[in-house]
Design a protein around this ligand. Structure first.
Ligand SMILES: Cc1cc2nc3c(=O)[nH]c(=O)nc-3n(C[C@H](O)[C@H](O)[C@H](O)COP(=O)(O)OP(=O)(O)OC[C@H]3O[C@@H](n4cnc5c(N)ncnc54)[C@H](O)[C@@H]3O)c2cc1C
Length: 470
């Protein structure tokens, strides 16, 4: 059962203040910049968005925090969900908005092709590790609830030509039992402290009378005491560009993101991958020295190890360098680009496995997808960003790294920060400013994430004894 609302913990907070917060003069709205398009006509262009974001006036909320505040969390990925979860644990209500058509999760994404009968692919996050005890506690809860399990399949490093070296699992690797998206969908507790609105794309933020008003296109989506930006990339830059939050906007714009292609492919017969006598065939491999490939994972073996006689579903990821060179609009991938990427990546699979050109069996199903904002390439190294004057914060993987663990910890951290700020009644904003000016430094890790405990750079086991799998 969630703890009682924060009202009890707020010094001087009472219902009258809710009215005061909604009264006029609650917030100083930003001055709207004139909207001009590329050719000087009214409209929207990237250049005008950038200009506006640097010339926005800071919005300042001066009304007391109401007795029972509500937070809008924009983004239902790992960070947004854990933020809502942790807010509820502190007695703060939230509404989570997410664009997901099929479910929550963002980059915790699973595709069920034939209704999940046979073809299931985790098509972004493949597995995760836990190094922080706060995250480990949550992971233990997920284990208890049967949402996740340890993945004991063979994982290692594959060099072009088929040389495979296992990476010992010093750190447990976890997966969603039915994939990553079902885990995301089940992450939130059943509680009236959290509402979820999906699919919903928040397109406008507006400070008004001491509250944040949200809109989906022109449709009002409620008024909130604070907002959380739990997503990044172009969408976030656009949303923030006219928000009256210049410091958040500036930090967000400093973020650089990689692009990674995903190829989902199902094969009638098992792929001829290297196997190790004691462990069998590998189920996941970080690929080295192949331009079009950085990871290959056998989702069927990973998710349904007992299943036999069904097609093998593989998720392949390109390198970030390949993604950058072959970037196209991700919402509208030209057919020729999709075909080229598919051929390049299947060629990469042959090269990685040491197969002769053209000898790989034809997949019975393929789909390519571009993660145009795949992983952060730089980070401010702070667990969350919070602007107390604007009552707005940012959480997400990129604030400390590039993993599910980083995203969850960031969401929790921002939730606690906001709850503490509410407890302070907003009286000492200067004490609550966080991460607004930090420089960003390069993120170390794999092209598809950071995995503490899985250091593939240093040899950890003797060279594997390889035998072909079929
Ligand atoms: C190819 C790939 C492979 C990866 N592999 C791994 C791995 O194996 N292990 C691992 O730990 N991590 C992996 N990661 C990283 C991991 O998936 C992310 O770090 C983590 O899921 C990020 O969570 P997040 O909440 O910060 O952002 P996201 O998951 O991106 O969530 C943001 C959400 O906000 C929504 N949104 C955006 N704009 C709006 C709007 N205006 N209104 C409403 N909603 C909006 C988005 O639709 C999305 O659902 C991988 C990532 C990629 C791309």
């Amino acid at each position: 059962m969630p703890p009682p609302p924060i009202a009890a913990a707020l010094p001087g907070a009472h219902l009258g203040m809710v009215v005061a917060a909604s009264g006029s003069g609650g917030a100083t709205p930003p001055r709207a910049a004139p909207r001009r398009g590329r050719r000087g006509k009214p409209g929207f262009s990237r250049r005008s968005a950038i200009k506006k974001s640097f010339h926005q006036e800071q919005v300042v909320f001066s009304t007391p925090v109401p007795a029972d505040p509500t937070v809008a969390v924009i983004g239902g990925g790992a960070s947004g969900l854990s933020c809502a979860f942790a807010l509820a644990a502190r007695g703060v209500r939230s509404v989570v908005f997410d664009t997901g058509m099929h479910g929550l999760g963002g980059r915790m994404a699973t595709r069920f092709v034939d209704g999940g009968e046979q073809l299931v692919f985790d098509h972004a996050a493949q597995f995760f590790t836990a190094s922080d005890e706060r995250f480990q506690r949550l992971v233990d809860e997920w284990l208890d609830r049967g949402l996740i399990r340890e993945w004991s399949g063979l994982v290692g490093e594959l060099e072009a030509g088929g040389r495979f070296r296992p990476i010992p699992s010093l750190t447990p690797r976890y997966i969603g039992v039915n994939g990553m998206r079902p885990l995301a969908d089940a992450m939130l507790p059943e509680t009236d402290m959290i509402k979820v609105l999906r699919p919903c794309w928040i397109s406008k933020l507006e400070p008004f009378n001491g509250l944040w008003r949200l809109f989906e296109s022109e449709k009002p989506r409620g008024e909130y005491d604070a907002i959380v930006i739990a997503h990044n990339g172009k969408c976030a830059n656009r949303l923030l560009s006219t928000s009256g939050l210049p410091l958040l906007t500036k930090q967000m714009k400093r973020l650089e993101l990689s692009s990674v292609w995903a190829l989902l492919a199902a094969f009638e017969d098992p792929l001829p991958v290297p196997r190790i006598d004691s462990h069998g065939a590998f189920e996941g491999a970080f690929v080295r020295d192949v331009d079009s490939l950085s990871w290959m994972g056998n989702n069927t073996r990973k998710l349904f190890p007992m299943q036999t006689g069904t097609p093998e579903c593989w998720t392949f990821f390109s390198t970030a360098a390949y993604g950058k060179r072959n970037k196209v609009p991700q919402e509208n991938i030209p057919k020729v680009a999709a075909e080229k990427v598919k051929e390049d990546m299947l060629g990469g699979v042959e090269h990685a496995l040491g197969l002769s050109k053209g000898s790989l069996q034809q997949p019975i199903y393929t789909r390519v997808q571009l993660w145009g904002a795949a992983l952060p390439m730089n980070t401010p190294g702070v667990s969350c960003v919070f602007d107390p004057l604007g009552r707005a914060g940012i959480c997400g993987d990129w604030l400390t790294g590039s993993s599910i663990e980083a995203a969850v910890l960031s969401g929790m951290s921002l939730a606690n920060h906001i709850a503490d700020y509410f407890v302070s009644n907003g009286d000492r904003p200067e004490e609550f400013a966080n991460g607004l000016h930090e420089d960003l430094n390069a993120v170390e890790g794999h092209d598809i994430s950071q995995f503490p405990g899985l250091d593939t750079q240093t040899p950890q086991v003797a060279e594997a004894q390889l035998t072909p799998s079929i």
